[in-house]
Design a protein around this ligand. Structure first.
Ligand code: HEM
Length: 198
């Protein structure tokens, strides 16, 4: 019999809303980091012009989505599936998630504030959210925001690669329920496979 996938998270796995936000944001982050990588390897090329033209809009979208995702995560906090492994691993998983959220939340506003502060205004998808105006200060004053944006963004990429590697390790080496719960929403696999499991 067909049963609709649950919207909310439960102890067995992540619901449709969390999974859509997770994989949708993963795709947008892949796009966003492509714009950053193309900028580094081919600045001022036509390919760079194409990708970079999306950087502000996709970055702003990711910021809105991470706020939504954080609020949804908090609303589901007591229903979410537990982390696998011994207590140190569960603590590391929680701290790793906090670090990812912290970086995702901090990175976009640094540049949004800089753009507005430099008097350039802020436009996404052709819609002007903040009109150009008087600069609050000169470029040098806002330089630390740009430096922090770039350093934290590459740090986030490193954290995302590590996060994906650990998820694949759970799915294909340990063969526990961790990966399935974010891919399928639930799993027939145990959360903590015993030592004699094949
Ligand atoms: C989560 C969202 C974002 C990510 C992951 C991200 C990622 C990056 C990366 C990796 C770079 C470095 C490129 C390089 O090394 O040259 C960069 C630079 C930059 N980003 Fe973002 N970005 C995000 C959001 C935004 C937003 C919302 C804005 C617009 C207000 C923005 C504006 C810029 C600018 C102007 C630079 C060039 C900085 C410079 O070279 O001085 N970014 N971003």
């Amino acid at each position: 019999m067909f049963t609709a996938a649950p919207m909310r998270d439960d102890r067995e796995g992540y619901g449709l809303v969390t999974r859509t936000l997770h994989w949708g944001m993963a795709a947008l982050f892949a796009w966003q980091f492509t714009t950053g990588i193309v900028r580094v390897v081919a600045e001022d090329s036509p390919v760079d012009a194409f990708f970079w033209s999306t950087h502000y809009s996709v970055g702003f979208t990711l910021f809105c989505l991470v706020v939504l995702r954080g609020l949804w995560g908090l609303a589901n906090l007591h229903r979410r599936p537990p982390h696998a492994g011994p207590s140190q691993e569960r603590l590391a998983a929680s701290l790793g998630q906090l670090l990812l959220y912290g970086l995702m939340i901090v990175i976009p506003p640094l540049m949004i504030v800089r753009a507005i502060g430099l008097g350039r205004g802020f436009t996404v998808y052709g819609v002007q959210l903040v009109a150009p105006g008087e600069p609050w200060a000169d470029r040098a004053t806002f330089a630390p925001l740009a430096d922090a944006h770039v350093i934290l963004a590459w740090t986030l990429l490193a954290c995302i690669v590590l996060h994906a590697a650990i998820a694949l390790y759970h799915g294909f080496v340990r063969r526990d329920a961790t990966l399935d719960r974010m891919v399928k929403g639930s799993s027939a696999l145990p959360l903590n496979p015993g030592p004699d499991r094949p």
